[in-house]
Design a protein around this ligand. Structure first.
Ligand code: C2E
Ligand code: CA
Ligand code: CA
Length: 440
């Protein structure tokens, strides 16, 4: 087994270059013997807190004991490295089958979760492990390292102690997209575009929908495409956290005369499978000091249908305890029953653009939109009509009693830098066109 350089001060940190060089050697040897190889990245986030609470020496003792525990369970052929202040990497070469990686991950978690008795303290640590394991195809060093880091990120946002990425299970295209997205999450390489929402009575812009954008290989790729992948890989959790924080940052940075504006953020169904959403929202509101009611979370009708009671409970907590608003997005596409609709805890109904766009040409669509507006009014919800593409549609929807309009006629989504300019020029000319009192 490769030993770490251990000094009186703790365990030395191995450079990424040395780790990759060793990994490369082991990949070659495992492939030559038709065996599998796994790279385990292990993080123990409590180290930092321990250092602050009990001092450097104490934290180093924890690190040393962690290393010794890993050494006790590792096989002769394995290598253990300390790769960061609170991170270890284990190379597990010559595996007879990929499933052995899972057995090893379980063993590591169980060992590290046993009580640590250091000085007079009893400690309980909660390790998080990311495991990448090779498959039938040859794998290169960088990809194995990236998949292991990516698995660690997934584990950090899940209730499990470890997540395993099997190198063969994804198509090369998905794998490339996931890896690029993982890097983009790490470096916050996304943008938020804003699309104005207009109060149809006053013609004032009252809010913006925040829509994520990502430039990959020189071109913007459809949010629907990468969000679908993010939902499958747990990346949706850090992505949602990023979106909420950036939408609130934008709001917090507005000049005081624009403080009345709100923002809405799309929340994927996958975010309701875990408990992190409520704490993510609460902490973002605290960080940016924004009035909670200025944030609307858009949840599609389909998500409510999939798990009504869980989604309802989380939305009720977000509304009642935190004070944010909930909007039922893409309404009309999910076929909710009146019975289930009655139980949804929301403030706003967002009528899907597929119905709105038909109101000038299809009497049935117009009738359906009118019914939805009436339903919303009768149940105390505001209505937002999306997909407003012409002045005629805007006027018609206003007559039909819709409260808020959004669509290409008002503005296509634009980058944050255009927001002030849009409010000062386009928003004014829209109001003038609609012959309504000026913006104040
Ligand atoms: P959505 O929530 O229904 O967002 C509205 C989409 O309709 C946006 O597309 C917007 O650009 C487009 N749109 C707005 N006005 C008009 C119009 O007048 N005509 C037409 N034809 N289209 C209009 P976008 O930005 O491509 O977003 C697509 C979907 O991706 C969104 O649909 C939403 O489901 C998802 N999405 C976008 N950003 C995020 C995000 O930050 N998080 C999550 N979870 N999903 C997001
Ligand atoms: Ca939306
Ligand atoms: Ca929508």
């Amino acid at each position: 087994m490769t030993s770490l350089a251990a000094s009186d001060f703790g365990i030395d940190i191995t450079s990424q270059r040395d780790l990759l060089a060793t990994l490369e050697r082991h990949i070659k040897q495992s492939i030559a013997h038709q065996r599998y190889i796994a790279l385990v990245t292990c993080q123990i986030h409590e180290f930092r807190e321990l250092k602050v609470a009990h001092g450097y020496n104490f934290a180093n003792q924890v690190i040393r004991e962690t290393y010794e525990r890993l050494e006790d369970i590792a096989r002769e052929s394995s290598c253990i490295f300390r790769t960061g202040p609170c991170e270890f990497a284990l190379i597990l070469p010559f595996l007879a089958s990929p499933s052995i990686a899972e057995i090893a991950a379980n063993k590591i978690c169980n060992t590290l979760r046993e009580v640590y008795a250091i000085d007079s303290h009893s400690l309980h640590l909660e390790p998080k492990l990311g495991v990448a394991v090779s498959g039938e195809e040859a794998i290169d060093t960088g990809s194995l390292a990236l998949l292991s880091e990516e698995a660690l990120l997934k584990a950090k946002y899940s209730a499990d102690f470890f997540v395993i990425n099997h190198c063969d299970t994804l198509s090369q295209q998905d794998e490339d997209l996931d890896s690029a997205m993982w890097k983009a999450v790490e470096s916050s390489d996304f943008e938020l575009f804003l699309q104005p929402q207009l109060c149809l009575k006053s013609a004032n812009c009252i809010s913006f929908e925040s829509l994520i954008r990502w430039q990959h290989e020189g071109a913007y790729i459809s949010p629907e495409k990468f969000i679908t992948r993010a939902e499958k890989t747990e990346l949706i959790h850090p992505l949602t956290k990023w979106t909420i924080n950036n939408a609130l940052r934008q709001l917090a940075n507005l000049p005081s005369k624009l403080k009345k504006l709100g923002t809405s953020v799309n929340i994927s169904g996958a975010c309701f499978s875990q408990d992190v959403l409520v704490s993510q929202v609460a902490s973002a509101i605290e960080i940016w000091g924004v009035e909670p009611s200025k944030l609307t979370l858009e949840v599609t009708e389909t998500v409510f249908m999939e798990d009504l009671s869980r989604t309802h409970d989380i939305c009720a907590e977000l509304r009642d305890n935190i004070g944010v608003k909930i909007s039922i997005d893409d309404f009309g596409t999910g076929f909710s029953t009146f019975e289930s609709f009655k139980h949804i805890s929301a403030d706003e109904l967002k009528i899907d653009k597929s119905f709105v766009q038909g109101i000038m040409t299809d009497p049935q669509d117009k009738h359906i939109v009118q019914c939805m507006i009436d339903l919303a009014k009768g149940t105390g919800l505001e209505t937002v009509v999306e997909g407003v593409e012409s002045l005629e549609m805007l006027r018609e929807l206003s007559k039909m009693g819709a409260d808020i309009g959004q669509g290409y006629f008002i503005a296509k989504p634009f980058s944050e830098h255009h927001q002030q300019n849009w409010l000062e020029t386009k928003a004014r000319s829209l109001r003038a066109m609609l012959k309504i009192t000026p913006y104040n």
